[in-house]
Design a protein around this ligand. Structure first.
Ligand code: CTP
Length: 421
């Protein structure tokens, strides 16, 4: 809550981040009777924080594990629990719910739920709603590994897949039975991200596009244990990737860092500038866009020693000979199998920000350069925020205020989307 000029600290804050495909969506969450039900509470919380309106439907089995009150407290809406309750929140509750849903998620989904969904046996509130809705259905199963592997369950999964139901997991891991195997509910954060992937691909303005993003500082080996690098955290590249994913693009990050991989995004790990160049050229051959957010070292040691370099007695210093690295952005062809590759570069500067950025735009065959002053203390390296200017090849210039890197990603992609149409 933020205080306004009148001192009112109750001003309503619209939850969620602009650009998040869950923001403003109506999600119906079906919860069925599994020990993993407690995780549905977190799924609900994350959906609400993302700005979705969430209606929760619980089966009797689910209410053995979690209470409707937990969901009511998070969603501020009455959960649906009894399809025969005449005093329930709606008249024909399942029909009304089904009509309002943009998407329906069942998490956790038991083996019995999959069976009822596959055969259309609408005898609980969750399957009843799933059968009544035209909204896409995503299902996150949770059960013991032997149950998941059972031919009857797998036959139901195949039937549902054929019918267009999308499965989120299950994953391998520790199960309530103490066994380790496939059957564990996907973690709530990932389930919510999978919904974003789905919604982005279903309606995002970059659906069907392939975007390659470079991220992190390259590492140029001196010997097997030492390297030359820089302060880049890779966060800017990953935030762009997440924003592009949320708009429906197929996204590849060519990355030097080990940040958590956003759901639906492919990562190609690399270390040096040369490795990055090889990977970028390969990935861009079939891509629409390259966004080069990586901080690529301009030079590398002329040769990396095979063995760890040792200090030699009496030697007060040492010199490392450096040779120039390939320019990843500049050397990537602007033609791909998709037609023209739109190239976007970054310019990390400590002085003459705009002049230097414009020079790079021309040199690298880029349509846009995102310039940031890396001396700023509230933005840039390692931070979640950034303050950038976006310059384009027609002389346009936008100075953006301090914003999250995810929002910067969307600002770049707004302009990329226009160039692609
Ligand atoms: N870049 C690249 N390959 C390099 C160096 C940089 O692809 N060998 C890319 C960066 O990812 C960024 C842009 O080029 O998108 C600008 O990087 P920067 O280091 O700021 O500029 P340089 O072109 O290297 O020029 P200088 O070092 O002289 O500032």
């Amino acid at each position: 809550m933020t205080a306004d000029a009148t001192g009112d600290d109750t001003a309503e804050v619209i939850p969620g981040r602009p650009g998040d495909p869950l923001r403003g969506r109506h999600v119906v969450l079906g919860v069925t009777g599994s020990i993993a039900c407690y995780k549905a509470v977190e799924v609900t919380s994350r959906l609400v924080q993302a700005g979705a309106t969430v209606d929760v439907v619980l089966t009797r089995g689910a209410m053995e594990f979690v209470t409707p009150l937990a969901f009511k407290a998070i969603t501020q809406r009455n959960p649906y629990t009894d399809m025969f309750d005449p005093s329930g929140p709606e008249g024909e509750a399942h029909v009304e719910l089904a009509r309002r849903a943009d998407v329906m998620l069942i998490a956790p989904a038991t083996a019995a739920t999959l069976s009822r969904l596959a055969t259309g046996l609408a005898e609980d509130f969750v399957t009843l709603t799933a059968i009544a809705t035209e909204a896409p259905l995503l299902v996150a199963p949770a059960m013991d590994s032997q149950m998941w592997a059972h031919p009857a369950v797998q036959a139901n999964v195949a039937t549902l897949r054929d019918r267009g139901t999308r499965f989120i997991g299950p994953v391998e891991g520790r199960l309530a039975s103490g066994r380790v195997g496939a059957g564990r509910l996907v973690e709530p954060e990932r389930i919510v991200d999978e919904l974003r992937v789905y919604l982005g691909r279903a309606g995002g303005d970059l659906a069907g596009r392939t975007i390659v993003v470079t991220a992190g500082g390259t590492r140029e080996a001196i010997d097997p244990v030492r390297y030359i690098s820089n302060h880049s955290s890779g966060k800017m590249g990953y935030a762009i990737a997440e924003a592009a994913r949320d708009r429906g693009a197929d996204v590849v990050i060519v990355s030097t860092v080990g940040l958590p991989v956003p759901a639906g995004v492919r990562v190609v790990p690399v270390s040096s500038a040369s490795e990055m160049q090889t990977a970028v050229h390969r990935e861009c051959a079939d891509a629409d866009v390259l966004i080069a957010a990586a901080a690529v070292a301009d030079y590398r040691p002329a040769s990396a020693a095979d063995q760890k370099l040792k200090k030699s007695a009496g030697n007060a210093g040492m010199a490392i000979e450096l040779v120039e690295n390939p320019h990843v952005l500049g050397s990537t062809p602007t033609k791909s199998s998709r037609g023209t590759l739109v190239k976007v570069g970054f310019a990390a500067e400590t002085q003459n920000l705009i002049e230097n950025a414009v020079a790079k735009l021309n040199e690298r065959g880029a349509r846009m350069i995102v310039a940031n002053d890396v001396t700023a203390t509230d933005a840039g390296f390692g931070s979640d925020d950034n303050r950038v200017s976006i310059l384009d090849d027609r002389g346009g210039r936008d100075d953006l205020p301090l914003m999250t890197k995810y929002a910067v990603g969307h600002a770049i992609l707004d302009r990329v989307a226009k160039l692609l149409t």
